[in-house]
Each structure stands twice: as C-alpha cells, then as structure tokens.
Write a protein that binds this ligand. Structure first.
Ligand code: FAD
Length: 421
C-alpha cells in the first residue's frame, strides 16, 4: 500500500475520478479547486452523453472541407472570432496537421481504445459505489438528413466494427421503430447510426456524489483555493502557491481542464489545448422525449433525457476565453429543439442555461501521464468527451503513477505524443 500524498488541482470530473482511483490505490489525496465547490466548471451541465462509440477526432478532412463556410459564418453550429492570438495560431496549425485522413483515423482509434476501457471502469465503479446519476443504458442514435453524409458514416461504422465497437446503420423506418419519439420530426431524415454501447448520465451528479463517498474515505478538499504557481526546483515540483497559502505534497496532478495554460506556462510547458465554447439548456422533459440519446448531425446538437429533464447541448465557438453566456446561442439551441423535437420538452420553462469550454487538443486525444517535472502528472485536454473518457483516463493515470503497466495501449494519449516531456 502506497502512502504518498498527491495534490490534485481541479475538482471537475477528471480531478474527481482521478481522486477516486488514487485514493483506492492508497494515496493520501488533496483536491483543490478555485471554484466554490466541485464540478462547477466544464463538468457542470455538459451533453450528458457517455459517448463510448463516437470518438471521432474533430480534426478531419471533412471539417477542413467545411472550413470556408464556417469562417464565413454560414454554419450556425460554429462561431469563429478570428484573432492573431499566438495560442490559437499554434494550436490551429497543429490541428490542421491532425486533419489528414490517416491521422484522423489513428486519433479516432486511440480515443476509442480509451473510451471502451472507460466504460468498463465506470461499470466497475458503479457496482462498487452504486451512485444515482440518471444513468441509463440508453444507446445513441446519430440522425442524418443528408444521404451522402450517412454513406460516409457507414464506412466508419465498418471500421469501428473491426476495432471492437459494434454500430448499425439504419434507414429512417428502422430509426422510427427504434425511437418512436422521432415521429415528431417535421421531415423524414436519410437515416441514422445506432451505437448500442452508448449511455447517458448526469456528469455533475456523478462527480458530486462520488466525491461525497471519497470524503468519508479521507480525501481532503479545498475550495476557493486558486493555485497561482507551481514552485519548481531542479526536476521536482516542491510546492504550490495558492490563494490560501503554500501547500506541499509528494506528487501533483493538473486536472485543470480548459484553464490549465497559465499554470503550465509558469514552469515553461506550452500545453496544446484550446478552449472551444459550447452551450446547453435543460428543460422539463415530456412523455415525448426520446429515450435513446440523439445526435442531430446536421445541426450538431445532442438531446439526452435525464429522468424528468431534457438536456440539449451544442455549439462550437472559437472565441477565446469569453465567458459570457450569449443569449443568441441559447436561442439557436431552442430553435433546433422546436424544429426537431417540438413535443419533447417544455421549452418555455428553461431550468438551466449554461456555457462551458471544451479543453480540446489538436488530435482530440487527452494528455495523460508525467510531464514537466519528475513528480508532476497531467490528466488534461479531454475536449468534447471528458465525461465519457474520465474513468478510463483516471485508470491510465493511476497505472502511470503507481509504475505498473498501462491497462490499455496508451499510444496517442501520453504527454510525449503531444510534444510534452
Ligand atoms: C456544451 C458541452 C457539451 C459537452 N457534452 C459532453 C458529453 O455529452 N459527453 C462528454 O463526454 N463530454 C462532454 N463535454 C466535454 C466535457 O464536459 C469536458 O471534457 C469535461 O467536463 C472536462 O472536465 P475537466 O475536469 O477536465 O474540466 P473542468 O470540469 O472544467 O474542471 C477543471 C477544474 O479546475 C479548476 N481550476 C482551473 N484552474 C485552477 C487553478 N489555477 N487553481 C485551482 N483550480 C483550478 C476549475 O475551477 C475547474 O473546476 C461537453 C462540453 C461542453 C462545453
């Protein structure tokens, strides 16, 4: 049993799942967060999808082909405010390199290995902890309005089958038979891709309730505790300067999501992460809300029923760290809801409107492992899939920290794969 202490900076889903597996492995865990409580950052009101099968990297030839339209503001799912910000230029050029077909395929496959592992680890944790978080084995259906897009998706479905992830291409009649709630769409679609392994659950509920159990096992929490600086001497981090004073531990983990850049820069590490802003609304669900999770591919909007609530999320805005909740983006989500699922929710009674930043790397793969100092670890950059990948990422990290073999091939996920040492 190890007795080392570890300070985890960031109490989002990534920090909390890391705390869970590290505390089980015998570490004394301190969890620090600048916020007033746990999971109030990007993990607060995301799309709720445990999207184990859909791990496709964002940088792809398809996205590059759509780039002129996106930059001209013709795709309502995206909003780009061009700037000469150095971080964006550096990140953007690496993103374009990852958009080559062969790289996109490899990146998707690397993330898929992690997501399938994550599913197993979450199920084990659920058996052990029995947490209520609106978890359902819902499956997920991507619906396509455009025949050509569906045909392209079918090629990836075949590949994923070879990579151990079963999906099915369905015509529109089969989609309707699977999810009768689709009958409320005004116009029939081309068809869909069904992912039977995918699930749904409230990320914030899970994080907060898991942490409540960890508290009883002695995990120490510090909120409104902003880490201002990592103190580094030689090859070791010797302590943290925080808004509550200095703090020391044997090892340190950065799980700071989209806000990681400044801390890393302080020790000379340039993280390849860019914040891509998204939005969600949560409304009361009606009896017509789909049971299966739906991704509306044309609008890039996801619909997930969480008990008696319907969570709808979307938008990919490249606007730097502008934290304002833009009502026009909420109006866009509501327009898509009323167009696609007019009967599924009470859209006049919004329970929550929210915005957050996806911490996206050029390859879309997270960064997991040791970098920057002998006792500094990273669990960062989970982009669009942090909820899905959290348990698997924590499991990989625990293996790295404990010095035992990684439970899966972690090529593409290691700091060195992201140009970090
Ligand atoms: C609109 C939207 C929809 C999404 N939908 C899905 C989905 O359906 N499925 C899915 O898998 N993923 C989804 N995601 C992605 C997922 O939400 C994120 O990848 C995930 O929440 C990232 O978790 P995190 O713990 O890394 O970051 P966070 O939750 O942001 O946690 C980081 C924490 O670090 C703290 N922190 C930062 N800097 C400091 C500091 N200096 N000192 C102390 N504390 C600090 C912050 O306060 C914060 O609490 C979505 C994201 C968005 C924006």
């Amino acid at each position: 049993m190890k007795t080392d202490s570890i300070a985890i900076v960031g109490a989002g889903i990534i920090g909390i799942t890391s705390a869970y597996l590290l505390s089980r492995a015998g570490y004394r865990v301190m969890l620090l967060d600048a916020g007033r409580g746990p999971a109030l950052g990007t993990s607060f009101a995301n799309g709720a999808q445990l999207s184990y099968s859909y791990t496709d990297a964002m940088a792809s030839p398809g996205l590059v082909a759509k780039m002129p339209g996106i930059l001209l503001g013709r795709d309502p799912a995206f909003r780009v405010r061009m700037s000469a910000e150095r971080q964006l230029l550096r990140w953007g050029s690496r993103f374009l390199m990852h958009a080559q077909a062969a790289r996109e395929e490899q990146n998707t496959r690397n993330i898929l290995r992690l997501s399938l592992h994550s599913r197993e680890v979450l199920h084990r944790a659920q058996d052990e902890c029995g947490i209520e978080f609106g978890h359902r084995l819902s499956g997920k259906l991507h619906i396509y309005g455009n025949r050509q897009d569906l045909d392209k998706a079918a090629i990836r479905v075949q590949q994923k089958g070879e990579w151990g992830c079963p999906q099915q291409v369905l015509d529109w009649q089969q989609c309707l038979a699977l999810e009768p709630g689709l009958a409320q769409l005004a116009t029939p679609m081309a068809g869909g891709v069904y992912s039977s392994l995918d699930e749904v659950g409230d990320c914030q509920h899970f994080a907060v309730r898991l942490l409540a159990q960890l508290r009883q096992q002695g995990v120490e929490e510090h909120y409104q505790c902003r880490v201002q600086r990592l103190r580094k001497e030689g090859n070791r981090i010797t302590g943290l300067d925080t808004s509550q004073g200095p703090l020391t531990a044997d090892a340190y983990l950065l799980a700071t999501g989209p806000d990681s850049l400044a801390l890393a820069r302080g020790i000379g590490m340039a993280l390849p992460i860019y914040p891509i802003k998204g939005y969600s609304i949560t409304v009361p669900a009606t009896g017509q809300a789909p049971d299966v999770c739906i991704t509306d591919v044309d609008n890039k909007v996801v619909f997930a029923r969480l008990g008696d609530r319907l969570r709808v999320a979307g938008c990919a805005d490249i606007v730097g760290y502008d934290r304002e909740l833009d009502e026009q983006r909420i109006a866009h989500l509501l327009r898509v809801c009323r167009q696609r699922f007019p009967e599924a929710g009470d859209y006049d009674r919004i329970l929550d409107r929210w915005t957050g930043f996806r911490p996206v790397t050029p390859s879309s793969a997270p960064i997991i492992g040791r970098a920057g100092a002998d006792n500094l670890y990273l669990n960062l950059g989970h982009g669009m899939l942090g909820w899905t990948l959290a348990m698997g990422s924590a499991s990989l990290l625990a293996a790295r920290l404990g010095g035992y073999p990684a439970p899966i091939d972690d090529t593409g996920l290691r700091p060195i794969d992201h140009g970090l040492r």
